[in-house]
Design a protein around this ligand. Sequence first.
Ligand code: MN
Length: 319
Amino acid sequence: MKLDQNALNDIGAIINQSRRPLIIPHRTPDGDTLGAALGLYQVLKNLGKAPEVICFDKPADIFEFLPNINRVKVGSPQLDYDAYFIPDAGATHLTGFHETHPQLFDKSLNVINIDHHPSNNYYGKANLVVTSAASATAIVTEMLEALSIPIDRNTATCLLTGIYTDTGSFQHANTSAETLRIAARLLARGADLRHISKSIFNTTKISTMHLWGRVLKSIYQTPEKVTMAVVTEQDFKDCGAVYDELNGAVDYVNSVPGSKYSVILTERAGKVKGSLRTLKDEVDVAQIAANYGGGGHTKAAGFTVTGKLEKEIKWKVVE
Ligand SMILES: [Mn+2]
């Protein structure tokens, strides 16, 4: 992975002079942003600093195994820290603080933007954006190595969690030889892969299973070979499930044979969200999502539009 040397120098300098850094994972935090945030938390603490982690949303229960997860505070930060790490936020609004805390994004503060999304607009004072990286945690790993900051066992578990979740347990197209080499180095430093895989992929709540049942039942394929699934607000209510519990269902929808790409449409508070995935080399779902004002990666993208879902039943006459 090619890391920008100027960005590395700036980040090294900011870390050196910082005593009280804040780490901000993106909202509805996933394994990558949390793994990066808590990995950074651990190394900064090991360096004798007093780091804090503040997130717009509460982390989902499946991340309870992550070292120091109880350090993640939910709320709105004061801007009196001397450094700010924002990992895995491909756009400023994904932090949840773009309107309330515009100073975070006008380069007046020591903001370190570490990300792998092509949509990233370099909003930080220092920007470590590597779009070829499988995850923000992979970039953090290489950054710490380049800065000669030791990675201990807890940090390794946090960082490997992000690589594990963003690659769909090393199954997605972003799993390169480099990704596996980075994962191997984290394993060598004591990362607990068994614990990660058990916590993330072999633990499913009943409400989640019920929700996935609704998703799977709704699957259909269009004549253009687009596999669709739909989840309404009522489905979430009926199952007692929250939005995060949808994670993972999209991979089932994407596994239908002959599918060009797959879309899950979900309804939430007057908005319809589309999650797009594809296993086809020649299909770029980021481009398709862009038609609806969204974006993302070539193999995994999304969009949000205002509206609600309405069922359309087609009738025909048969002899
Ligand atoms: Mn990520």
